[in-house]
Design a binder for this molecule. Structure first.
Ligand SMILES: [Zn+2]
Length: 193
């Protein structure tokens, strides 16, 4: 599929003495891309582009605007803190609880394992999909996937109190994530567009 360029739009820059240009293109699949280019020297020194993708009623929307470089750096630093805490958490979780996690399911029937993992099918995957995953990747790899942070709550639920430290660390990463969201939405509110 080919991209189609739209006519660029010129808009006044934050200082008002120059402008920036927005280049847009789209394709037949409904994909849409935008590139913002600051063409005022003074504003280029002061501002950088902040883009945030957020979910509005299931549709991902990107909002962009010019914010001071210092604000961009704060958002980037907050993002780095989330990523690092996330990496540390998942690495520690796998090294501390990987063995007890595997041992917990040792010798159990696949259907029992599925039932524990999904609380009898309350969450993904269905039994059939679970069988397919086990057949394609092996049980060890299927179980290892639960050490992704989005899935860690399942490990905590099943291993119980012995894994409670993981719950505390998860809450800490979530706190950092909220901090990032707050900084990002603050940047979005003050963005010039
Ligand atoms: Zn300017």
């Amino acid at each position: 599929m080919s991209w189609e360029d739209h006519a660029p739009t010129r808009r006044p820059c934050p200082c008002g003495k120059g402008h920036y240009t927005v280049f847009q293109r789209s394709d037949d699949w409904g994909r849409f891309e935008e590139r913002w280019e600051m063409e005022c020297g003074a504003c280029k020194e002061k501002y950088g582009l902040h883009s945030a993708t957020y979910n509005r009623k299931g549709i991902h929307e990107t909002s962009s605007g010019w914010v001071p470089h210092a604000v961009l750096q704060e958002v980037a630093a907050a993002r780095l803190r989330v990523e690092e805490a996330d990496k540390r958490l998942t690495a520690d979780a796998a090294s501390q609880f990987g063995e007890p996690w595997r041992a917990h399911f040792d010798g159990k029937a696949k259907k029992t394992i599925w039932s524990e993992l999904t609380e009898d099918g309350k969450c993904y995957p269905s039994l059939g999909t679970f069988y397919t995953h086990v057949r394609d990747s092996g049980l060890d790899r299927v179980l290892a996937r639960y050490f992704d942070r989005r899935e860690l709550s399942t490990v905590i639920r099943i291993l119980g109190p012995s894994a409670s430290t993981l719950g505390e660390r998860m809450a800490e990463v979530e706190r950092l994530e909220r901090e990032l969201d707050a900084r990002s939405s603050c940047a979005r509110q003050q963005a010039f567009s």
